[in-house]
Design a protein around this ligand. Sequence first.
Ligand code: C5P
Ligand code: MG
Length: 190
Amino acid sequence: MLNIVLFGPPGAGKGTQAVFLKDAFELIHLSTGDLLRSQIAAQTELGVKAKAFIDRGELVPDQVVIDMIGTQLAENKSAKGFIFDGFPRTVEQAKALDVLMDKNNTAVSGMLALDVEKNELINRLLERGKTSGRSDDCCESVIENRISVYNEKTAPLIDFYSTQNKYYAINGMGTIDDIAARLKDTVKAL
Ligand code: C5P
Ligand code: MG
């Protein structure tokens, strides 16, 4: 199986690029952000609880997202592989993903981390906010908080995957096509 962790700060282009990788390598795209937003739209109990965290740019508790991923893996047993977009976001989540992968007799193949300058992240998210309708793209204060949360809780995953020799830094600046080509070349070489 080919299991890619597509990594990077908010606005790095994970969702945009996941679509290209999914098509190129016939993978299943699992975006925890999208899964949470569909729970919010359906006004489920989980969605109502998650919304309070998402609106502030905070992380939903680890176990909630870990369970969501566990369910998706169980429902897609015959998949060729997965792209994890927006997950894991904490070391706890990364450890849980390793356990889940191991249970399915597979492993994370590589963590591809999109590097984008902070100014560019903020500009992209403010631009997306004009049309996304996402409460967390609304204003610079929430966006700044999401970037701080990323630096504090998510960036340590670079060390986590480096230790496993699975970390690949990708230049996330430039055109969507150029970035897609860089990612594809890296996946081919895994
Ligand atoms: O990945 P995405 O940017 O779409 O996530 C949007 C929001 O969903 C995050 O800012 C966070 O509030 C929540 N989230 C989370 N834990 C994850 C993925 C998303 O708390 N693993
Ligand atoms: Mg996304």
